[in-house]
Design a binder for this molecule. Structure first.
Ligand code: SF4
Ligand code: FES
Length: 139
């Protein structure tokens, strides 16, 4: 399920199912991303530029945004890159489609973290469990 939070020109989208609970957003911009507040994302507490900058640092693709005056942000230029995170997930970025084993498209994405440790409760996505289940796997 995707939630959206709009303030003025900027709409922030959050897909809970993709969140790997890295904490990057709450550490990087705690005025805007605050899990103790409701709503937990409040884009009006800082400039749109700073909010967008922070969204672009989300490692899982759970966060994205849309500016009314722009087309939906597309940072992909074709092709996908798969990065093996040390003791963590496969991070896929670029222009790709995730499919099931029969090739049926699950979702069109630009960024996703896929579980490599086998412990995620939300497979195929990483949910951050690798940080607590002792998974070791060098990049
Ligand atoms: S994965 Fe993205 S949305 Fe989830 S905690 Fe990390 S930065 Fe925030
Ligand atoms: S790699 Fe993150 S939960 Fe498995």
């Amino acid at each position: 399920m995707e939630k959206e939070y709009t303030h003025g020109e900027l709409t922030v989208f959050w897909k809970q199912a993709l969140c790997q609970h890295s904490g990057n957003c709450v550490r990087g911009l705690p005025t805007v991303f605050n899990v103790k507040a409701r709503p937990w994302i409040n884009a009006q507490r800082d400039s749109a530029e700073k909010v967008i900058e922070q969204i672009n640092k989300c490692p899982s693709g759970a966060l994205s945004y849309h500016m009314k005056s722009e087309q939906k942000n597309t940072r992909s230029t074709g092709g996908a890159t798969i990065k093996i995170m040390s003791h963590g997930p496969f991070r896929v970025t670029g222009d790709f489609t995730l499919t099931d084993e029969d090739g049926n498209p699950l979702e069109k994405m630009e960024k996703v973290a896929l579980c490599r440790c086998g412990g995620s409760s939300n497979k195929p996505f990483c949910d951050g469990t690798h940080k607590t289940n002792g998974f070791r796997g060098d990049a």
